[in-house]
Ligand binder design. Structure first.
Ligand SMILES: Cc1cc2nc3c(=O)[nH]c(=O)nc-3n(C[C@H](O)[C@H](O)[C@H](O)COP(=O)(O)O)c2cc1C
Length: 190
């Protein structure tokens, strides 16, 4: 499968990149194609026109590149911190810029925080947003409380329990990606 991991923090001191790189490595380990979409690296403009509103060939080059990456994906893993119980602005801006690229593909949520709740509240908000974007969220999610104690400064996993937790979520996600991919090949309603 072709998996896209989306991470959206713009903070200079951001911690969640450790979880995003962990997800990337774990997905690759299972033999999937995987790409990290780091919103800060793409640095899309604050939403004015969505990608689909540009005339063909007129979208900024980085938006065009991102469109192709999202279009080719079989599923999306969203790695998100919790900002005031909700979605970081850079992540929301990137998600909102696109639409049909996500349709009929499943998504999975990895949420985290430095506190003890692991971003479960942002995960709830994300479920609603991702459903609206046409990428239904699988039942399992991976909340990571106290992220700074789960990975060290170099991003190395300290708490090995997350290997098992991630593998469980990935096996479920893989099932959904394969099922949706098979069904997309027979056609989609729109
Ligand atoms: C604007 C802002 C709001 C935050 N709100 C919450 C919150 O509602 N719940 C929480 O558990 N942590 C909250 N935090 C702390 C984050 O969990 C912590 O800063 C985390 O490292 C953010 O992810 P990032 O480093 O990838 O940007 C907030 C942080 C910021 C910058």
């Amino acid at each position: 499968m072709n998996v896209v991991v989306i991470y959206g923090s713009y903070r200079q001191e951001r911690l969640g990149i450790r979880a995003a790189l962990f997800a990337l490595a774990k997905i690759r380990e299972q033999g999937h194609q995987v790409e990290l979409v780091d919103a800060m690296a793409y640095d899309l403009p604050m939403l004015d026109k969505m990608y689909k509103e540009f005339e063909p060939g007129q979208a900024p080059e980085r938006m065009e590149r991102l469109h192709k990456t999202l279009e080719q994906a079989d599923g999306f893993v969203i790695v998100s911190g919790e900002y005031n119980h909700s979605i970081p602005p850079g992540l929301k801006n990137l998600l909102d810029t696109f639409q049909t690229e996500y349709y009929f593909k499943p998504s999975a949520i990895i949420s985290y925080s430095v506190g003890s709740f692991g971003g479960v509240r942002v995960a709830d908000h994300l479920r609603a947003v991702l459903a609206e974007l046409g990428m239904p969220v699988i039942p399992s999610s991976l909340p990571i409380p106290r992220l700074h104690e789960v990975f060290d400064k170099d991003g190395k996993l300290i708490d090995q329990a997350y290997n098992r937790r991630f593998d469980r979520m990935l096996s479920e996600f893989q099932w959904y990606m394969e099922a949706f991919s098979w069904r997309r090949k027979q056609g989609t309603p729109y």
